[in-house]
Design a protein around this ligand. Structure first.
Ligand SMILES: [Zn+2]
Length: 97
């Protein structure tokens, strides 16, 4: 089903929503890198213990995917952007960002 061309006001709102989502994803990726790095480091394993650090790492990984999938979507058609951290055009509805 084709999507109607958005008005300039709607397009600006979609673009702003996309930018917020992108900043959220970049932030999430940065936090994930730090948390996973600490959990994998010797210090993290010493703080938590070997097994607890691994369980914390698994829990974090299982939380990260669903949170990313909820946040990182097209603001118009809700299509997931997957693993790409920057999208110029939505592959589903053709909205440009
Ligand atoms: Zn879309």
């Amino acid at each position: 089903m084709p999507f109607p061309t958005p008005t300039p006001t709607e397009h600006e709102a979609y673009r702003r929503s996309y930018e917020r989502r992108r900043v959220g994803m970049l932030g999430l990726t940065g936090v994930a890198a730090v948390v996973l790095g600490v959990l994998f480091s010797g210090r993290g394993r010493r703080w938590l213990g070997e097994e607890q650090a691994f369980v914390a790492w698994l829990c974090f990984i299982f939380l990260l995917g669903p949170v990313g999938a909820i946040v990182w979507r097209c603001p118009r058609c809700a299509m997931s952007f997957g693993r790409r951290l920057s999208v110029d055009v939505c592959p589903e509805c053709g909205l440009t960002f």
